[in-house]
Design a protein around this ligand. Structure first.
Ligand SMILES: [Zn+2]
Ligand SMILES: [Zn+2]
Length: 343
């Protein structure tokens, strides 16, 4: 599996990436620990990685980013460490101690960073696999009517594809995404949405399950771990739908899928990332199973769904808008039917 963004080997099968998750960010007995005051400029000069394990504490990596940005004039010499940006660990796991980083193990998200600094960070700080300019807006669809409006952040250097690993009662779920085109989500060790999804699936034993606003596919994949014959995942945001298909492939062994047939190219998503009319992104088949990924408005999905749907999860961004949620649920029940839940 080639990475859609850099053409290199960022994507690894779930089993491979989860096997290393325990020790990946742990220090070895020879590691030093460095914890900086995030409210001040770094009181630190760049140091070589641990000679035994070649890792460095996270704060040293961020301090290097800060130093390059200060040299390039992106930050004032008095700026605190935390002003440099947000390190997003790759793969994201629930941590119990400050992480120690090896090569290409974080994506750096920053508001003040400029192109020159980003190039230098990726060239000189080996732990950083990509630098993203954060515009301050959440990537995704902002508005659908009358014309779709959306935001993406900008990848300035390297590759911003990273994964999160979520622990479940069954197998761990690994989901990849392109960070500049996805909202920030991070495993916390206890993730109530995952528990709610598993609970509903166990209770209703659906034959047909729909994840109507699937994001990069986490909840649909959690549900699919319970041997559901038909799982349909959909999102109007092309970057979500595309990575959902990739993530079915990444997790195919634990889901009992033989393979995933892709029907669209990443370039089509990049060209025009929002769709209303549903378009099929992928089919996946396994022993008695048929999973599908669609890219479109969830209110137009009824046209392409099987006649009867048993259970649907709707995990809309902006759940605090109660009227919108109530309207969405009501319309879904009328147009599609079956049990519906908000995780
Ligand atoms: Zn890549
Ligand atoms: Zn070490």
């Amino acid at each position: 599996m080639k990475c859609q963004v850099c053409g290199s080997s960022c994507l690894k099968k779930a089993a491979e990436i989860t096997r290393q998750r325990e020790e990946r960010f742990s220090p070895c007995p020879s590691c030093r620990s460095t914890v900086l005051n995030k409210q001040s400029p770094p009181s630190y000069r760049s140091r070589a990685p641990c000679s035994a394990c070649e890792k460095r504490p996270l704060d040293e990596v961020v301090a290097d980013c800060w130093t390059i940005m200060a040299e390039e004039g992106d930050l004032a010499p008095t700026a605190p460490v935390m002003a440099a940006g947000i390190p997003l660990i790759h793969p994201g796991v629930a941590l119990t101690a400050p992480p120690h980083h090896g090569e290409a193990s974080l994506v750096f998200l920053s508001r003040p960073v400029t192109q020159n600094a980003a190039d230098r960070i990726v060239a000189n700080v080996p732990e950083v696999k990509g630098v993203v300019h954060d515009t301050g807006k959440v990537p995704g669809i902002a508005e659908t009517d009358p014309e779709p409006e959306y935001h993406v952040n900008t990848l300035l250097a390297g590759c911003d594809v990273r994964a999160n690993i979520f622990e479940t009662e069954e197998a761990p779920v690994t989901v990849f995404m392109q960070q500049s085109c996805a909202h920030i989500e991070y495993p916390r060790g206890f993730d109530p949405k995952l528990v709610a999804t598993a609970t509903e699936v166990i209770q209703h034993e659906p034959s047909v399950f729909v994840d109507a606003a699937c994001g990069v596919g986490t909840l649909g994949i959690v549900a699919a771990q319970y041997d559901i014959p038909r799982v349909i995942m959909n999102d109007a945001w092309g970057y979500a739908a595309y990575w959902t298909a990739v993530n079915l492939n990444i997790n195919r062994d634990t889901l009992g899928l033989e393979g995933v047939e892709m029907h669209i190219a990443y370039a089509e998503v990049q060209e025009s990332p929002v769709r209303k009319e549903p378009r099929k992104v992928a089919d996946a088949f396994g022993d008695g199973k048929h999973y599908e990924v669609w890219w479109g408005d969830l209110h137009q999905l009824a046209d392409v769904l099987p006649k009867s749907v048993d259970l649907t999860v709707i995990d809309l961004f902006g759940k605090e808008d109660r009227a919108l949620m109530a309207d969405t649920l009501h319309r879904w029940k009328r147009e599609t039917g079956g049990e519906v839940f908000i995780p």
